[in-house]
Design a protein around this ligand. Sequence first.
Ligand code: FES
Length: 79
Amino acid sequence: MAKGAIAAREPMMVPVVAGKTYWWCACGLSKKQPFCDGSHTKTDMVPVEYQAEKSKDCYFCVCKQTGQEPLCDGTHNRL
Ligand code: FES
């Protein structure tokens, strides 16, 4: 599957809330990283849904090259 544009070379920590749904920007074009702002309509990519099962700090991928969408897997260290 195609990867999005590199929006930054480090993840972004977001305190997620149990039961809440988040839409991760996969295309890399959103101005509201790490989440979707609708900019993907210029591409053939779509955002990825993330459902928080419990409240915790989550590190979302912003380089968009992760193999564990939408979370950081350390790939940004090899870019
Ligand atoms: Fe990037 Fe929606 S703006 S997936």
